[in-house]
Write a protein that binds this ligand. Structure first.
Ligand SMILES: Nc1ncnc2c1ncn2[C@@H]1O[C@H](COP(=O)(O)OP(=O)(O)OP(=O)(O)O)[C@@H](O)[C@H]1O
Length: 588
């Protein structure tokens, strides 16, 4: 007995089909009718051939033969036309349905927490969203319709064969069952090769996307040799699996041909016996041969359909797993955020990325409305983590963060993130127009406002030099932009949404004096009427801070008004400024 190991209950298949196929009900009805008419034509054609052959052997009139020939040609053309139209509709149905699924999965993945994104490579997510969903195209387009269609075609052939002779009918029925059984057994031998092939291809694309993204670092640090050796290692693993998979495919193909040759030989053998005994005409023998040939397709199709279903089963299971990954960071009920700057309070906040490690320990900070907090600390001390918590990329494991006395967890994420401008060290430039890069695809922001911001922030001359103004396209890599311009663009983004809070993770790269001055002026504007957290890398920026927070291994080791720290000779900050000890490292 052949066993299929399906992970998804039948009810869920039906649920999936209902969700994604329901909007295309009419097209599917037309598609199904075309397939059924096609099957009917396939069954009628051999009857016409028999009529033609028998008429020819019985010396019937030429008109009769011409009539049969025209009928045959007409049916054949109609059948081809129907197949073409059905394929077109089937492909459309499949793509529309999978595109809807793609949309749902993409939306879901975009809403998942940073924890998920940091623990999955882009390649593995692409494999889920592309490879697995592609494997479902056939499942959505025509799986059940084809399954029923092929079954009906087989049934039709067998009934028509029984009509001619019980011997042929019985022999062909036994043949169908035996052929299907043998083909399935061989398929089981080849299945593991294909599963392995898919895993290796997922590894390969994961590896490629990771290393293509970091080409610059790889080259700069001389890691090309390592990358290439890993590349070849995967290719070496890939080759034997691929050869194995294609050899097993070849084995199935050869066995299938052999089995159908046996089928043809059986039908011809029985037919010649019946012809010898005067039970069959030449036309009927040819018709039986034709029907036997016709059986090849549905047996083959049923086998590949079951394979498709198993592939779809594994893909659906993986997609289901992804869709069941729920974001830990969920929207709050929603509170109205006031216009302008906010006060910020970290109350006993502790946090760790993993269960048993704590990165921030019991942080208690209050940032007054409109004030600037300068955060310093050695690399890895937790400065970025401290900032990320304010955007709710993660939630604290203990304590709470409040803005204007409202818990972050009570707010809608979209609303919260819209009101906090986050300027990171690494500016992401999208392959899109200057306008879209500044507004982040928000069409409601008027061009006039965008141009004013650019002028204001010191990018006026750059804007004037753009060949198509705001519609000039930028490169995803940001090539063509200087480091200073890229930073100013990220500042400009904050002005688009009138954020009440700015988190500025200053870039540590050295810039020329003119650009430094532009950035300085832009930061001054950025800080006006906003509450700011600055992870400072310039002494000049740090000097603007009202309060100073020094972190060490996730602990607050100093936190006070800058003016108090500067006038307290015992303070760490005072010593750092006076002696310079440690300050360069912290601002590096
Ligand atoms: N996504 C993450 N998953 C697990 N650990 C992380 C993650 N991000 C940061 N860490 C760890 O948390 C600690 C604090 O990192 P964080 O980036 O907050 O420090 P930082 O002070 O901003 O450092 P830098 O000045 O180098 O940017 C480090 O030990 C780092 O390895």
């Amino acid at each position: 007995m052949i066993k299929f190991n399906f992970k998804i209950p039948f009810k869920e298949y039906m649920g999936l089909l209902k969700t994604y196929l329901k909007p295309q009900g009419w097209i599917i009805a037309v598609f199904s009718s075309l397939l059924l008419i096609g099957i009917l034509f396939q069954l009628i054609n051999p009857q016409i051939i028999r009529y033609f052959l028998d008429s020819a052997t019985q010396n019937s009139s030429t008109n009769q033969l011409i009539f049969a020939a025209i009928l045959f040609i007409g049916f054949s053309f109609a059948q081809q036309g129907i197949t073409l139209l059905a394929s077109y509709l089937g492909e459309n149905v499949g793509w529309v349905a999978t595109n809807h699924l793609r949309k749902d999965v993409a939306k879901h993945v975009l809403n998942l927490d940073m924890t998920f994104h940091k623990s999955h490579t882009p390649g593995s997510i692409i494999e889920r969203m592309d490879g697995d969903i592609n494997a479902l195209t056939n499942f959505f387009s025509s799986f059940f319709i084809n399954l029923i269609g092929n079954f009906l075609l087989m049934l039709g052939v067998i009934i028509l064969l029984f009509r001619e002779s019980w011997m042929i009918g019985t022999a062909m029925s036994v043949f169908i069952v035996a052929a299907y059984y043998v083909i399935q057994r061989i398929r089981r031998f080849s299945a593991p090769f294909w599963d392995k092939l898919r895993d290796i291809s997922s590894d390969f694309y994961g590896f490629l996307s990771e290393h293509l993204e970091s080409t610059e670092e790889t080259r700069a640090n001389g890691a090309t040799k390592y990358v290439m050796s890993k590349f070849f290692k995967i290719l070496r693993k890939w080759l034997p699996v691929r050869v194995g998979a294609f050899l097993s495919f070849g084995l199935i193909w050869i066995t299938t041909i052999l089995i159908f040759t046996v089928g043809n030989a059986t039908s011809i053998g029985i037919s010649s016996f019946l012809w010898d005994n005067g039970f069959l005409s030449v036309g009927t023998i040819y018709m039986i041969f034709y029907y036997t040939e016709l059986l090849v397709k549905p047996i083959e199709k049923l086998r590949t359909q079951m394979e498709d279903l198993q592939r779809a089963d594994a893909s659906i299971n993986r997609i289901k797993e992804l869709l069941n990954t729920k974001p830990k960071i969920v929207d709050g009920a929603g509170v109205v955020l006031p216009e302008g700057a906010f006060s910020i309070k970290y109350e006993n906040v502790s946090f760790g990325y993993e269960e048993n490690s704590t990165i921030l320990h019991n942080v208690n900070i209050t940032i007054q409305k409109g004030s600037v907090l300068g955060v310093v600390g050695r690399t890895g001390s937790g400065k970025t983590t401290f900032a990320r918590l304010l955007l709710r990329f993660y939630d604290p494991i203990n304590g709470s963060i409040r803005i204007d006395d409202m818990d972050l967890r009570d707010m809608k994420l979209k609303e919260l993130r819209k009101r906090i401008g986050y300027v990171t060290q690494q500016v992401e430039i999208f392959q899109a127009s200057v306008k879209d890069n500044l507004t982040l695809f928000d069409n409601s922001i008027p061009d006039k406002h965008i141009i004013n911001v650019l002028e204001d922030i010191g990018l006026g001359r750059w804007y004037q030099s753009l060949p198509y103004g705001l519609n000039t396209m930028l490169n995803a890599s940001g090539s063509g932009l200087s480091a200073g311009e890229a930073q100013l663009i990220s500042f400009a983004r904050v002005f688009m949404n009138n954020a009440g809070v700015v988190i500025l993770d200053e870039a540590s790269s050295r810039l020329d004096t003119v650009t430094e001055n532009l950035i300085e002026a832009a930061i001054s504007k950025l800080l006006v009427n906003r509450t700011c957290i600055v992870i400072a890398h310039r002494l000049s920026t740090l000097k603007r801070a009202d309060d100073i927070l020094i972190l060490e291994d996730g602990q607050v080791i100093e936190y006070d008004k800058q003016k108090n720290l500067v006038s307290d000779s015992n303070s760490r900050f005072y010593k750092m400024l006076k002696t310079g000890s440690g300050i360069e490292e912290m601002l590096a």
